[in-house]
Design a binder for this molecule. Structure first.
Ligand SMILES: Nc1ncnc2c1ncn2[C@@H]1O[C@H](COP(=O)(O)OP(=O)(O)OP(=O)(O)O)[C@@H](O)[C@H]1O
Ligand SMILES: [Mg+2]
Length: 139
């Protein structure tokens, strides 16, 4: 059975993310799927801060920059593949060194660009339930 919870605010999603991060061990890909505005970046704030890699407020959307890197041990990559159209684009992300050191990589819109990786993966799906309610499912 996939694990499922419903949150009712951004704060609640961040809090769940910090709890969830306690189970994450590098190397790992955290694949976030879900429509625009479901809370992928919000959840990433919780995960990155829970891993001790950055403060919640310092975690911002990598929408235009495509990838942010936080912390040292583990290094946490946070990328948004929404605008990635090709492997060439992907190579310009600066993620080529990523697999050299065990890190945690959080990927928004991961379904847009399936990544071949030797690392284990966990997929987290976010869905709108109306208003501020979101369903979060760990797959
Ligand atoms: N329960 C909730 N969980 C997460 N965010 C919520 C919740 N309720 C309201 N919000 C709001 O929804 C928005 C979610 O935006 P966020 O940038 O995290 O989404 P996203 O999935 O990363 O979008 P995008 O696909 O554009 O990157 C924020 O403005 C946040 O405050
Ligand atoms: Mg986002």
């Amino acid at each position: 059975m996939p694990e499922e919870i419903v949150t009712h605010s951004a704060e609640e999603t961040i809090h769940w993310g910090t709890e969830f991060s306690k189970r994450l061990k590098a190397p790992l890909l955290v694949l976030l799927t879900g429509d625009l505005g479901t809370g992928k970046t919000t959840l990433a704030k919780g995960i990155v801060s829970g891993l001790g890699a950055a403060k919640e407020d310092d975690v911002t959307s990598p929408t235009f920059t495509l990838v942010h890197v936080y912390g040292k041990s583990p290094k946490v990559y946070h990328a948004d593949l929404y605008r990635i159209e090709s492997f060439h684009d992907f190579e310009t992300l600066g993620m080529e060194d990523m697999f050299a050191t065990p890190s945690v990589a959080i990927l928004e819109w991961s379904e847009r660009f399936p990544l071949q990786s030797p690392w284990p993966q966990v997929q987290v799906r976010l869905e709108h339930l109306g208003g501020d309610a979101r369903r979060i499912t760990v797959l």
